[in-house]
Structures are given as C-alpha cells and as structure tokens.
Design a protein around this ligand. Sequence first.
Ligand code: ATP
Ligand code: ZN
Length: 210
Amino acid sequence: MKTLKIAIQKSGRLNEKSVDLLKNCGLNFENYKSSLISPVSNFPLEILFLRDDDIPEYVQDGIADLGIVGENVIQETEVDVAYLQRLGFGKCSLKIAVQNTSNIEDVKELNGKSIATTYPVILGKFLKDNGITADIRTISGSVEISPGLGLSDAICDLVSTGGTLKSNGLKPFADVMSSEAVLIGRKGSENEDLIQELIQRVQSVLRAKE
Ligand code: ATP
Ligand code: ZN
C-alpha cells in the first residue's frame, strides 16, 4: 500500500495544534523536533515537518499529499491546491495599520503612500481591487517597526489579538483578509481512499470539539 505524506509546520504558531490534531485522529508518531520526517506506526502515513512557506508548493508538486497551513500562506504563494477542510485554529487577519499619530483613516488615502509587508502578492491584489497605487515595500520580518523607522507610511501584517500593533504605536484601519489553518491536498491525487479516511477522522475530531 502506498504511504501518504502530510506536511505540517516544523515549529511556530501552527506546529503544536497541527500535532495535536493528528494525534487526536488516533495517529501514533514521535514528534521528533530534530527529524524532518516521522513515520506513523498505525496508518500508512509519514509526517513531514517543514517551514510553513514551503508547504503549499510541496503539496501542489505532489511531494506531500496533504498539508496543514494558514490560508494566508496559500494565497501568497498562489498555488493551485484543493481546500479539504478548515481547521478552526491559527485564526488571524491581515490588516493595514498606520502609526497612531497618522491622519490616514481610509484605504483611499493610501494612494501614493508606501506600505511595508511580508505579503506583497495579497496586498497587491487588494490595492488593485480598490484602485489604489501605492509603493509596496517587501520585507522579510519585523514589519511593525517599519513606520517608526521612517521606512514606510503604513504596514500590512498579520494580527491576532492586536497586541503587537498596539505596543508598536500602530492602529489598524483596513482588513485585507482573514485566515485560519486549513487542510489542503493535491488536486487529482491517486490515493483518494486513504485521503478520505483521514479527512473523515479530522472531521470527527473537529465535530467532537463543537
Ligand atoms: P516558519 O518558520 O514555519 O516559516 P513563520 O514565522 O513564517 O514560521 P508563524 O509566525 O509561526 O510563521 O505563523 C504561522 C501561521 O500562523 C501564519 O502564517 C498565520 O496563518 C498564523 N497566525 C495566527 N496568528 C498569527 C499572528 N498573530 N501573527 C502571525 N501569524 C499568525
Ligand atoms: Zn513562514
């Protein structure tokens, strides 16, 4: 029988909940922090521990059959994968924020301004849909300090509680997208029976939580 592969985040905000979900599905595996792959002893499945950014492409390219990743990462990487199940954790929103002292209050006022983000693709589409021309400054992290350093007029970043924005003197004023962790699969996979079995287990774990 073919062994399925599921890609989950190696460490970070989605790791623990992804591992818990799989364990609650009755899957037995060692959660080795040092290894990239863990075999499941009681199901034909291997778990790949990856950086979240790599998960959508691994699934699209068929290196993994399934993956657990934030919708924000899927949309940013523009891959073509099947959304199998929303998972109800890792909830956050991609928001545009400015400094508390800024007088920008509306999306239209972003015309001609600069916006720092790690999500240039999603932000670019949002601005286009709103008919706004702004300078997107793509940076790889610590977006929230950018306005204070004079690097940008605004930021577009993930927010869950809003605490990080607040402690950096920023206020959000526009929602670009909301996101949660989702189970994704490759379109047209040959292992439909095993995949369906896993999806059903995931769904009963989620139902038991309601
Ligand atoms: P990796 O090392 O795997 O690349 P990362 O630093 O890119 O990790 P994390 O910060 O662990 O990513 O976030 C993983 C996902 O958790 C995000 O892509 C998003 O879907 C979700 N998330 C939930 N709340 C937040 C938040 N407040 N800030 C950032 N991401 C959040
Ligand atoms: Zn990442």
